[in-house]
Design a protein around this ligand. Structure first.
Ligand SMILES: [Zn+2]
Length: 256
C-alpha cells in the first residue's frame, strides 16, 4: 500500500478562515508521523492538478473563485493532484491512501463549503474515465457528513455510484455498510472518502479506533470480490488530532 503526501500540505498559511478545522497546523504531519513509523508504507509525492483537470468537474466560475486566493488554489490543486496519483496507482493494482488537505467531498460543480474547494476524489475518477481506464466506480464515504459535493459532481455519470452509510451505533453502521457492499455492483474501481470525524472523541462521538479497521477490511473484501482489487482512499474530515493518526492507520491496515 502506498501513501500520497506532499510536505506543502503542512503549510497552514493558506486559510483565511480561522474556523477551518481542516487547516490547523500539524494536522497532517501528525498523521504522517504515525504512518511513517509503521514502516512498510512507501510515500509518493504528487504534482498539482492542471486547470483542465479542475474544469472536468467544476464550473469556470468556481475554479476562478478559488483561483482568486492563490495560496488556497495552490494547496487545493495539489490535493486534487494527490487524489489523481492515488487513483492512477490504484488502477495499476496498488491500494493507496492520499493524505491531503483541503478535503473535497463538500465541493460541488459550482460551489463548495465545509473547508472544501475542489472535489479531490470525484475529479480523479472523472479523469480515469476520460482517459478510458474505467467506465464505472463505486464510492463509499464514511465521513460523519454526507458527501453532497461528490453526489453533485458525479450526478451526470450513471455508472458512478455513491454510498454514504448511516447508523446510530457502530454495530448498525457496520451492518448497513456490509450489507450494501455485499450487493454493490461490479465496477472498475472502488474510491473511498475517508473521514474520521465520526470518531468517539470527535464531532460524531461514535466509532472506536477498531471500527476504522473494520470499515477498511469490509472495503478491502469488496475490492477483492471485484476481482481486480483496485481501490484508493482520500482523506476528508477528522479533527481530534491526538488520535487521528492511529485511526487513519487502523483504516489503512484494514484496507491494504
Ligand atoms: Zn466531516
Amino acid at each position: 500500500m502506498r501513501l500520497i503526501f506532499h510536505e506543502a500540505f503542512n503549510d497552514s498559511s493558506y486559510s483565511e478562515d480561522v474556523y477551518d478545522n481542516a487547516a490547523v497546523p500539524n494536522r497532517l504531519s501528525g498523521v504522517m508521523e504515525v504512518l511513517r513509523n509503521e514502516g512498510h508504507y512507501s510515500v509518493e509525492e504528487p504534482s498539482p492538478a492542471t486547470r483542465a483537470d479542475l474544469l472536468t468537474g467544476h464550473s469556470e466560475a468556481h475554479v476562478a473563485a478559488v483561483e482568486a486566493k492563490p495560496a488556497l488554489f495552490a494547496m487545493a490543486s495539489l490535493a486534487v493532484g494527490a487524489s489523481i496519483l492515488a487513483a492512477d496507482l490504484a488502477i495499476q493494482g496498488e491500494p493507496t491512501f492520499a493524505c491531503v488537505r483541503p478535503p473535497g467531498h463538500h465541493a460541488s460543480r459550482s460551489s463548495s463549503w465545509g473547508h472544501c474547494s475542489f472535489n479531490n476524489l470525484a475529479l480523479a475518477l472523472i479523469r480515469l474515465r476520460d482517459v478510458g481506464l474505467i467506465r464505472s466506480a463505486f464510492v463509499v464515504d464514511f465521513d460523519l457528513h454526507t458527501g453532497d459535493g461528490t453526489v453533485d459532481v458525479l450526478r451526470s455519470w450513471p455508472d458512478a455510484h455513491v454510498f454514504n452509510p448511516w447508523g446510530d451505533t457502530p454495530a448498525d453502521y457496520l451492518r448497513i455498510l456490509e450489507e450494501r457492499l455485499l450487493h454493490a455492483p461490479q465496477v472498475d474501481i472502488l474510491a473511498v472518502s475517508a473521514g474520521f470525524d465520526a470518531y468517539l472523541h470527535d464531532l460524531g462521538r461514535k466509532f472506536a479506533t477498531d471500527d476504522y479497521f473494520t470499515i477498511g477490511r469490509l472495503l478491502q473484501a469488496y475490492a477483492i470480490r471485484l476481482g481486480h482489487q483496485r481501490r484508493f482512499a482520500v482523506l476528508e474530515g477528522g479533527y481530534y488530532l491526538p488520535d487521528l493518526g492511529k485511526n487513519v492507520l487502523a483504516f489503512c491496515r484494514g484496507f491494504e
